[in-house]
Design a protein around this ligand. Structure first.
Ligand code: ZN
Length: 199
């Protein structure tokens, strides 16, 4: 996938508790690094609790660690913990999660990830209300003056990526849209061409 033009490895960690599915942990992250992956690894934690496993992912080579505010009792502390471990920190918002969790922690964020599906499974369709939420978060980031990436995760495809970029996203997670096609180069090139149409 990296050879085909992807910039970042998005790494979905699910625990069958915070979300109804089970995926991979720090050992697989470490294995990617040992395999020679030098691209940023963007660890999206869909787990509860969060803090105990943060140092494990930092040691395993994570670049970004993001978590859901509902999954941590002390959001400010968890963000600080991630940065103290040498990683970039981020918060993730489910489609129904309000943005007020951002109110007092903008200075501790390197990434804001908006879910455009409910987390747990690949292959779901993009929830349109995510576009308005993207615009709201874009404004919050611009008003804050901080250098914070705005990432979107869920149902991103060639035919909606332009709209998503127009709404303010700068980082795009695509899974089945690419994996389900025979030619990864071609899909990623088409996505980049669509994004290039945005001024
Ligand atoms: Zn994800």
């Amino acid at each position: 996938m990296l050879e085909a033009g992807a910039d970042v490895v998005h790494f979905d960690v699910m625990d069958n508790h915070f979300v109804p599915n089970l995926t991979i942990g720090p050992l697989v992250c470490e294995a990617l690094r040992k395999h020679g992956v030098t691209a940023p690894i963007d660890v999206h934690l869909m787990i509860e609790p969060v803090d105990r496993i943060v140092p494990d992912f930092a040691k395993a080579g994570a670049s970004y660690i993001t978590f859901h505010p509902e999954a941590s009792v002390h959001i400010d502390r968890t963000l600080q913990l991630i940065r103290d471990q040498g990683c970039k920190a981020g918060l993730v918002f489910n489609p129904g999660t309000p943005l007020h969790y951002l109110d007092y922690v903008m200075d501790k964020l390197d990434m804001i990830l908006l879910m455009s599906v409910n987390p747990g499974f690949g292959g779901q369709s993009f929830i349109p209300s995510a576009l308005d939420k993207l615009r709201q978060v874009r404004k919050r980031i611009d008003d804050s003056g901080f250098d914070i990436r705005l990432e979107i995760d869920g149902g991103v495809k060639t035919d909606n990526i332009r709209q998503i970029k127009e709404a303010g996203a700068d980082t795009f997670v695509a899974g089945s849209a690419i994996f389900n096609q025979p030619d990864y180069h071609k899909v990623i090139a088409e996505m980049r061409a669509e994004m290039a149409k945005v001024g």
